[in-house]
Write a protein that binds this ligand. Structure first.
Ligand code: URA
Ligand code: SF4
Length: 210
């Protein structure tokens, strides 16, 4: 898989897990191929399945508002999902489905090589930091191997609950300053000689924000 277009082509014809049976369209992901900022959601919902595009339903409308609040549009970023086909009745994706689909996301991340990955919700959080709760992990810049990660809640979880909405709005407000800081390269090497907190996996480390 040498290009994002080739990945999208393969995803559109993929039958590597059960989810292909119920789909109308698979949803490879879309956006700028050289995006600094990449978002990873969970999987397509009803509207996404119908249109073959990520985040085009109610959660997507909220995501667009959140992007607009920090001066960005969806064309500025790349938007992908953990699984590329809609789970029936919007159920959670199963571990085997996530495993079968991960080759596409892995390669998308490699090709886009974003400066910052924002995980939306618990499934994409678990891809990098398994076992961590979203309520504890959200709103903190992290490293995972070579990648800079910033977990936030899923917009669908924040849409109809005022407290969550406030939280995700605030977490988005921090993104421009995080990007600035990463552009300056001061997070490219560990700055803090202190050992990471015990609950973090050895691969991850905390980056104090300012
Ligand atoms: N929710 C997701 O996680 N992804 C989408 O593409 C749409 C809604
Ligand atoms: Fe293939 Fe992923 Fe769709 Fe499963 S969810 S059929 S692995 S593209």
């Amino acid at each position: 898989m040498d290009t994002l277009g080739e990945i999208a082509h393969l995803v559109r014809g993929c039958t590597d897990c059960e989810l292909h049976q119920g789909r109308t369209n698979s949803v490879p992901g879309e956006g700028a191929h050289d995006a600094e900022l990449m978002f990873i959601g969970e999987g397509p919902g009803y509207q996404e399945d119908r249109q073959g595009r990520p985040f085009v339903g109610p959660a997507g409308q909220f995501l667009e508002e959140l992007l607009e609040s920090i001066g960005l549009t969806r064309e500025d970023v790349f938007i992908a999902n953990m699984v590329k086909c809609r789970p029936p009745q919007n159920r959670d994706p199963l571990p085997g489905e996530i495993r079968a689909c991960s080759k596409y996301l892995d390669r998308q991340i490699e090709l886009i090589d974003p400066l910052l990955i924002v995980t939306l919700g618990r499934f994409s959080l678990a891809r990098f930091f398994p076992g961590e709760s979203i309520s504890r992990a959200r709103g903190r810049l992290r490293r995972h191997g070579l990648r800079n990660l910033y977990p936030v809640m899923h917009p669908a979880a924040a849409l109809h609950r005022a407290a969550n909405r406030e939280t995700i709005v605030q977490d988005f407000q921090a993104i421009p300053a995080i990007l600035d800081r990463l552009r300056q390269g001061d997070a490219s090497a560990p700055q803090d000689p202190a050992p990471p907190p015990a609950e973090l996996s050895p691969q991850s480390e905390q980056l104090p924000l300012f």
